[in-house]
Design a protein around this ligand. Structure first.
Ligand SMILES: [Zn+2]
Length: 249
């Protein structure tokens, strides 16, 4: 058993995650909503255990996919563990998590403000694939980077707004007149959600999106709950990507 800060983990994990293991462990603990065993809250300095279930499967094109499912528990609820298994290929069942927000950018004091409709987006569990060299690469992050998104190193909204540029080409956001929004990457819709133009929380966002583009903040390890959006774990893991996506109706 190894320990990073207050989190105990199975030492075999290091052979898989390499140099990033410590950061992976602390990120898993940071993003865990509650104890996976008793569902109780996780306090900042509680002794915790990380259990990781790794499933490997090979796609028809020969790509080897690796899915990590992490379970963070109070140490008195569960000991750290690591399980690995080969699974027959099927496209991973991904749960999208998203949040809409409005960011305001101002070039300087007294300058006019620009309103930026924003979509934060992630998928769970995290799916990686193995490069020919053996390194693990995030599937979502690499798809977005190959379609014009940029890596964001800081979780700070000010830096993100400064850095974000237009995503050219095959990414778009579709917003229909009845409020259905879809994020499309190449030919695939990776997220869609029905909003309601008459609902006060949706009206403003839809109106701003209608002006032409939406800032998309995406990647792995974004913490998105009903009350919280935390980009820090994603930035720390190097899995935060951003881009301004054109809106089509
Ligand atoms: Zn517990």
């Amino acid at each position: 058993m190894r320990e990073t800060r207050n989190v105990a983990w199975d030492g075999r994990l290091e052979a898989i995650k390499g140099r990033d293991t410590g950061r992976y462990v602390t990120t898993a603990a940071a993003v865990a909503p509650a104890c996976a065993a008793c569902q109780g809250p996780l306090q900042a300095n509680d002794p915790l255990s990380l259990s990781v279930d790794i499933s490997e499967s090979t796609a028809p094109d020969g790509t080897e996919y690796v899915t990590f499912r992490d379970y963070v528990c109070h140490r008195h609820c569960s000991s750290p563990s690591l399980t690995m298994h080969k699974a027959p290929w099927r496209p991973p069942a991904l749960t999208p998590l998203a949040a809409r927000l409005i960011l305001i950018q101002r070039a300087g004091p007294g300058n006019p403000k620009t309103i930026i409709p924003t979509l934060a987006y992630t998928q769970v569990p995290v799916v990686s694939f193995r490069d020919p060299g053996g390194e693990l690469t995030s599937a979502l992050v690499s798809v977005l980077l190959s379609h014009g998104f940029q890596l964001a190193l800081s979780p700070d909204y000010y830096s993100i707004l400064e850095q974000a540029t237009d995503v050219e080409g095959e990414c778009s956001m579709t917003v229909t007149s009845d409020g259905l929004i879809s994020l499309n990457v190449a030919a695939e819709t990776i997220y869609s959600k029905q909003l309601y133009p008459m609902k006060p929380t949706d009206t403003g966002w839809l109106k701003e999106a209608d002006r032409g583009s939406v800032l998309v903040i995406a990647g792995d390890n974004l913490v998105i709950t009903e009350r919280l959006l935390d980009l820090a774990p994603a930035a720390a893991m190097g899995t935060l990507v951003i881009g301004k996506v054109p809106v089509r109706s």
